[in-house]
Design a protein around this ligand. Structure first.
Ligand SMILES: C[S@@+](CC[C@H](N)C(=O)[O-])C[C@H]1O[C@@H](n2cnc3c(N)ncnc32)[C@H](O)[C@@H]1O
Length: 255
């Protein structure tokens, strides 16, 4: 624990306290046969974020939380491994594995330094895991190291515009149509009312970072919730998210 980077140590304590709130969503997602994504629960059938061919493929989920994505992948014949920084989140994941009879390796650790060999995976995936809570200048090179040539990286995080438009304090309400912080220089971000440390990059920085680590970018999907969608998260309304992207998914292929 003491040799972990400062932001990883802080995020471990933060996620251990948040884990209880993620038990319910984890249970619902494990019980669901149909994968769905992000805060709006958009069905995979609509956005097709999962690779078409999963049987026999080695997948690493970076920041797996309760590991429901790995469970969906395992049921489709993939061989997932989940890594997460929070013992409490992994406790829920382990219990749900037992209850559903779907077992795969779970590792307690930092997605910026994964204790697994080079080129051992065909797919690396993260939904608000490493994609949001780990330093992209550390975890993107690590994902590149872990993937075999031709392997795919898929990650979902907050939409860039949304991060620019949300108030500093959650109590001040959801994102509006006003830009509240600079775009240039985005990287580490600490909200004044949260103990966690997040990371956000501008799109040019994401493109350069991915290309510098041997990735060819194949898509940037800006998720749009359907009319009438609801979310339990306070930082963005469905009305806002119908006009501007509240979530974005990057897809890239390892050369
Ligand atoms: C929002 S959850 C993501 C899991 C799930 N997809 C979800 O949306 O609930 C964020 C997870 O990222 C994990 N995490 C944060 N920093 C991490 C790091 N450096 N390495 C691995 N996991 C990390 C947290 O412990 C937490 O379980």
């Amino acid at each position: 624990m003491t040799d972990l980077p400062e932001h990883v140590r802080r995020n471990r304590a933060y996620w251990d306290t948040l884990a209880a709130e993620y038990v319910g969503p984890g249970e619902r997602n494990w019980a669901s046969e149909e994968p769905s994504w992000g805060i709006w629960g958009i069905p995979d059938a609509e956005v097709r974020l999962l690779p078409a061919e999963l049987a026999g493929r080695d997948v690493i989920e970076l920041g797996c939380g309760t590991a429901y994505i790995s469970a969906w992948l395992a049921r489709r014949g993939a061989r997932p491994v989940g890594i997460d920084n929070s013992p409490a989140q992994l406790e829920t994941a382990t219990r749900l594995q037992r209850e559903h009879g779907v077992e795969f390796p779970l590792i307690l650790g930092n997605a910026e330094a994964v204790p697994l060999p080079d080129a051992s995976f065909d797919v690396a995936i993260s939904e608000y895991g490493a994609a949001l809570w780990a330093d992209p200048y550390k975890w993107i090179p690590e994902a590149a190291r872990l993937l075999r040539p031709g392997g795919e990286l898929i990650f979902l995080t907050n939409g860039l515009l949304c991060i620019l438009c949300v108030p500093d304090l959650e109590a001040d309400g959801p994102a509006t149509d006003r830009l509240r912080r600079p775009y240039f220089g985005m990287h580490r971000n600490e909200w004044p009312d949260s103990d966690g440390v997040e990371f956000h990059l501008g799109h040019g920085d994401w493109i350069r970072l991915l290309r510098a680590n041997g990735f060819e970018i194949t898509d940037l999907i800006e998720l749009r919730p359907p009319d009438g969608a609801t979310s339990t998260y306070p930082w963005v309304t469905a009305e806002w998210a119908r006009s501007w992207p509240s979530e974005e998914v990057w897809r890239a292929r390892r050369r």
